[in-house]
Design a protein around this ligand. Structure first.
Ligand code: AP5
Ligand code: MG
Length: 223
C-alpha cells in the first residue's frame, strides 16, 4: 500500500505519518526530512536545497525525485510506505507513477486553515537527530527542550519563522493544492478535517485505511 499525505505546511503530515508508522509499521518517508539530512551533512545537494528551503520555495523536482527513488528502493518500503510531503507538484505526481508500489494507493488531504498553520508552526520544536515532532502547548516533551525519544536538544526549524511560513503557504496553494483535484479524479482521495486534536485526526485516517485494507484483503489485491 502507498499512502500519500497531502496538506499545507503544519497540517500535521509528519504527525499523522508517525502515527501510521507506529500503528501499521509502514515507514514514514518525508522528503523534507531527507532534504534536511542532506543539508546537515553539507552534501552538494544539501547546499543547493538549503537556499530554497530557507526561502519557503520548492527544491527542484529532479533533486527531490533522486532522493526519493533511493529511499524507496530500500527493503523496508517493499510492504508499503507513507509519503509525507511528496508529491508536491504535478510533475512529481507524474514521476511517482513510474515508481511502483505494492497494493492500493490512498491519498489523504489534511485540511487546515492558514491561521491554524501559523499558530502550530511557531510553537513547533523538532529533534534534529531523529526528527520527532513536538509542540510547546499541544505536545510538549517530558523534559523541556529535550527529545523524549533520543535525548537530543530540540530546535526550532529555520523555516518556521512567520515570514517563511507565509511564503511556504503561498507555494503550497500555488503548486501543491492542484494535486487534490488530480487524486480526487482518480478516486483515491480522502479529505480529512485536520483542525481537530491530533488523536482524532489520526483516528479518521485509520478508519479509512482499515476499510481499504479490509477491501484489498477480501479481493486479494493487497500485499
Ligand atoms: P517539509 O518538511 O515537508 O515541510 P512542510 O510541508 O512545510 O510541512 P511541515 O513539516 O512544516 O508540517 P507537517 O504537515 O509535517 O506538520 P507537523 O506534523 O510537523 O518540507 C520542508 C521544505 O523542504 C519545503 O518547504 C521545500 O522547500 C522542501 N521540500 C520538501 N519536500 C519537497 C518536495 N516534494 N518537492 C520540493 N521541495 C520539497 O505538525 C506541525 C505542528 O503542529 C507540530 O508542532 C505538531 O506537534 C502540531 N500538530 C500536528 N497535528 C496537530 C493537531 N491535529 N492538533 C494540534 N497540533 C498539531
Ligand atoms: Mg513535516
Amino acid at each position: 500500500m502507498r499512502i500519500i499525505l497531502l496538506g499545507a505546511p503544519g497540517s500535521g503530515k509528519g504527525t499523522v505519518a508517525e502515527g501510521l508508522r507506529s500503528a501499521y509499521g509502514f515507514p514514514k518517508i518525508s522528503t523534507g526530512d531527507l532534504l534536511r539530512e542532506a543539508v546537515r551533512e553539507g552534501t552538494p545537494l544539501g547546499i543547493v536545497a538549503a537556499s530554497q528551503m530557507g526561502k519557503g520555495g520548492l527544491v527542484d523536482d529532479a533533486t527531490v525525485l533522486a532522493l526519493l527513488r533511493e529511499r524507496l528502493a530500500r527493503d523496508d518500503c517493499r510492504g508499503g510506505h507513507v509519503l509525507d510531503g511528496f508529491p508536491r507538484t504535478l510533475a512529481q505526481a507524474d514521476s511517482l507513477e513510474s515508481i511502483g508500489a505494492p497494493g492500493p494507493e490512498v491519498v489523504f488531504d489534511l485540511q487546515v486553515s492558514d491561521e491554524v498553520v501559523l499558530r502550530r508552526l511557531t510553537n513547533r520544536r523538532t529533534c534534529p537527530k531523529c526528527e520527532a515532532i513536538y509542540h510547546l502547548l499541544n505536545k510538549p516533551p517530558k523534559t523541556a527542550g529535550i527529545c523524549d525519544a533520543c535525548g537530543t536538544a530540540l530546535v526550532q526549524r529555520n523555516d518556521d519563522t512567520s515570514e517563511v511560513i507565509v511564503e511556504r503557504l503561498r507555494t503550497y496553494h500555488a503548486k501543491t493544492e492542484p494535486l487534490v483535484a488530480r487524486y480526487a479524479a482518480k478516486g483515491a482521495l480522502y479529505r480529512i478535517d485536520g483542525d481537530g486534536p491530533a488523536g482524532a485526526v489520526l483516528g479518521e485516517v485509520r478508519k479509512v485505511l482499515d476499510a481499504v485494507l479490509g477491501r484489498a484483503e477480501s479481493t486479494g489485491t493487497g500485499e
